[in-house]
Design a protein around this ligand. Structure first.
Ligand code: COA
Length: 252
């Protein structure tokens, strides 16, 4: 598989760490595939009661690897990223996310599927889909406006506006903001506490809080079609080339 994902089961919690700090933990196909395998195994394992995500180094994740987007665009239901998004949507066990730094693209949209999100003071959230000539994914075009309102979601999606930890907490995207050196201890303790709760009660509570997933699944499918179409468009290629060449994109 890949060293870029670390997994470990401790105190009945599956710890998943994005471990590619030199690339700000940008997620490759191989990394998604590895996470999917670990999440599916955890769902089937009564010994695992919660899943905790974090990033190594100073980033949570800078989102999808842009070279992968350019060289082997993930298209369709079999793409590891699509499977990852479905794992998030269908997760029965509680998901805790410890956002230790920048969370871009899927780094932000995955938080919308989490149950508890702790962020360090250094966390910055960004969803620059339009900057990349893409569209939102992971059901976020439904979930983010629902959570923070259309006007603020439009700033994030359309302008690519960055949101700091405190603001994200005020908006309800984050449960609590912590000092950097307290983040992991607090998140680990919360995940371990969840792992000791009555599992069926926890699962039913999560289901009730999430409500009917069908609308989110339908939106994800719709986003997926548009995302795939955009991925192979000249404007996305220009946006990715501009990022790699460290220049402004020119959309004509
Ligand atoms: N895909 C591939 N490589 C990425 C990446 C990504 N999503 N994000 C960062 N990297 C790479 C950079 O190219 C750079 O590589 P290099 O050292 O070989 O040049 C390295 O990670 C460090 O990134 P850098 O941009 O120098 O760090 P920074 O602290 O100045 O900025 C980010 C961090 C995350 C704000 C910035 O890298 C960024 O905007 N990345 C793109 C995010 C993105 O658009 N994600 C997709 C969303 S759908």
């Amino acid at each position: 598989m890949t060293d870029h994902i670390q997994t470990e089961i401790r105190d009945r919690v599956l710890h998943i760490t994005f471990n590619r700090p030199d690339k700000k933990n940008a997620l490759t196909h191989a990394m998604y595939a590895c996470i999917v395998e670990a999440m599916r195994a955890a769902e089937d394992d009564d010994g695992v009661r919660a899943i905790l995500f974090t990033g190594a180094g100073d980033a949570f994740t800078s989102g999808n690897d842009l070279a992968d987007f350019r060289d082997s665009p993930p298209l369709g239901a079999d793409a590891p990223v699509t499977q990852f998004l479905h794992c998030l949507l269908q997760a029965k066990k509680p998901l805790v996310m410890a956002v230790n730094g920048i969370a871009v693209g899927v780094g932000l949209t995955m938080l919308l599927h989490a149950d508890i999100v702790y962020a360090s003071e250094a966390a910055v959230l960004q969803a620059p889909f339009v900057d990349l000539a893409l569209v939102p994914e992971a059901g976020s075009s439904l979930l983010l406006p629902r959570l923070i309102g259309h006007a603020r979601a439009a700033e994030m999606f359309m302008l690519g506006t960055k949101v700091g930890a405190e603001e994200a907490c005020t908006m309800g995207l984050v449960s609590r903001v912590l000092k950097a050196d307290e983040l992991m201890a607090t998140a680990t303790k919360a995940a371990a506490a969840l792992a000791k709760k009555a599992p069926r009660s926890l699962m039913l509570t999560k289901q009730l809080m999430r409500g009917d997933n069908d609308a989110v699944a339908a939106r994800m499918a719709e986003e997926g079609k548009l995302f795939s179409k955009q991925l192979t468009s000249p404007e996305v290629l220009e946006a990715i080339m501009a990022f790699m060449q460290k220049r402004e994109p020119n959309f004509g």
